[in-house]
Design a protein around this ligand. Sequence first.
Ligand SMILES: CC(=O)[C@@H](O)[C@H](O)COP(=O)(O)O
Ligand SMILES: NCC(=O)COP(=O)(O)O
Length: 260
Amino acid sequence: MNPLIAPAHPATALSVNVNKIAQLRNTRHLGIPSVVRLATVALEAGAQGVTVHPRPDERHIRAHDVHDIAALMAQWPQAEYNIEGNPFHNLMGFIRAVKPHQATFVPDSEGQFTSDHGWGLAADGDRLRPLIDECHALGVRVSLFMDAEPGAMAAARAVGADRIELYTEPYAAAWATPQRDAQLQRFAAAARAAVQAGLQVNAGHDLNRDNLTAFLRAAPEVVEVSIGHALIADALELGMAETVRRYLQCIRDAAGGDAA
Ligand SMILES: CC(=O)[C@@H](O)[C@H](O)COP(=O)(O)O
Ligand SMILES: NCC(=O)COP(=O)(O)O
């Protein structure tokens, strides 16, 4: 199998997004909480990856964080480094410099409050293709941040993506509403369509300990979830190590409870 699309782990891998650690750190000139230290604790607790999203305004992850985490990940060869961003803005400089395992292309504007939509490939596909090709030439897997639209998955594969990342906020927002099951069915269909198109499937945004297991049971094709905001909030209460262990248990519960 193409190593660029080989699954990181037999079960669904947990990639901890450390944006919000950096955001808290940036409110003082003290260097705490340490992004590298807490990413280390997450990896020691069993997380299979670390995700950063170095936005152009550096509201949280700063350029030095990208390189600091790259140095950490070099000490964790079984874990994966995922760098997210808009390849038309500042992402590609980081990809060229550190060559992470995975680049996740996200169509955010420079000052966007948070990620809130996937790519529109009819408009951007031709511009994305050479950047995807460049990532592949660097040995970097490419995942495209996508809405849960089954009809869009063939186009994602056609521009060369190895994976798509399902933007899961609409599911998370429906979690406590009568629309939950309809959203689960929508995401399940999108995951199936992605696999049928030759893609692997990641997922992320507003996933948490309440909604994660049901999501993965509905979409067992998902090979990686990247989780930040809710996980870091939990870590403030439970500690990072215990929080990671609880998210890993949510993943095992989805796989029937006995996954390694
Ligand atoms: C792409 C996505 O949904 C998240 O990975 C993103 O990193 C969230 O960005 P903020 O942490 O800046 O809200
Ligand atoms: N790609 C999703 C991610 O990395 C983290 O999103 P969130 O859990 O902070 O919403």
